[in-house]
Write a protein that binds this ligand. Structure first.
Ligand SMILES: [Zn+2]
Length: 280
């Protein structure tokens, strides 16, 4: 299936899509204030439009986007609605069977659903009740699931796209629509992480005031600049610390997932910011 056919297939099923970078292009087609297309190292994943506002299910629009230049397909997760206004949740497993193992560790079987095979694992698409507001945080699954979740102000690269390694994103079974998310999963995502220190910025102190400013800076990031802003803020935050501070890292992680990064991405960026500081 080519990208246009795949986009039309998704749109016909209520998934609002947008064009993203294609790894075959010479330069990244991604947009964003702090994103440099010339030096981008994460090809095939970046939205080519401001996806939180610009996404569509209109076949004419999709033809304009996907008929000429090579584009990958992004699904605007927060814009998709199932029956009764259900919201979309995509569980991104970093390896095959990661979600199956997490389900088993909670005493449940994995709930089969619309599944896309990715370069590393799977994307499982689930519907979540309309009243439930999830983000990109893993909740109680933090440290217990090899992957990430996407909900709300977030996107995933869809079936019909090409990964930078050349692997195709493919539907396992085109006949299978998203299932309702299982209760154990929703409960876990809405529960606080275990052993995670409560974020308590020492308000009133000068360092606390600076941390709050840095957190706000991360919260206000747009797609395409989130990693850069998080990295910058983490460097500044760690410069003020004598040693690794779990509270600071945890506050940055919360802000970054609220801004739309996944926990995996955010943790990687915070860790490299800490290492670069430690290396000096
Ligand atoms: Zn890019």
């Amino acid at each position: 299936m080519n990208a246009l056919d795949a986009a039309l297939w998704l749109a016909a099923r209520g998934f609002s899509v947008f064009p993203a970078d294609h790894p075959g292009l010479e330069r990244c087609a991604g947009v964003g204030r702090n994103h440099d297309p010339g030096t981008c190292q994460d090809r095939g994943k970046h939205p080519a439009v401001a996806f939180t506002r610009t996404h569509s299910t209109d076949p004419e629009q999709l033809r304009r986007w996907f008929n000429s230049t090579p584009r990958n397909i992004g699904v605007a997760v927060g814009a998709c609605r199932g029956s009764d206004g259900a919201r979309l949740l995509v569980v991104d497993s970093d390896r095959p069977a990661a979600l199956e193992e997490t389900a088993a560790s909670h005493g449940h079987r994995h709930t089969p659903t619309m599944r896309v095979t990715t370069a590393k694992g799977h994307h499982d698409y689930y519907w979540v009740p309309a009243s439930m507001r999830l983000g990109n945080g893993l909740g109680a699954l933090r440290g217990k699931f090899d992957g990430d979740v996407r909900a709300g102000n977030a996107y995933v690269i869809a079936a019909g796209s090409v990964h930078a390694t050349g692997v195709l994103y493919e539907l396992d079974d085109p006949e299978r629509p998203p299932a309702k998310a299982p209760g154990w999963l929703l409960t876990a995502l809405q529960s606080p992480p275990e052993h995670s220190p409560v974020v308590a910025a020492p308000c009133g102190s000068r360092a606390g005031g600076r941390l709050v400013g840095l957190i706000r800076f991360v919260l206000q990031s747009q797609a395409g600049e989130r990693n850069n802003r998080l990295y910058w803020a983490a460097r500044r935050a760690f410069e003020q610390q004598a040693g690794p501070d779990a509270n600071v890292a945890s506050a940055l992680l919360e802000a970054a997932t609220q801004a739309g990064l996944t926990e995996g991405e955010a943790r990687q960026t915070i860790t490299s910011a800490y290492r670069s500081r430690a290396a000096r």
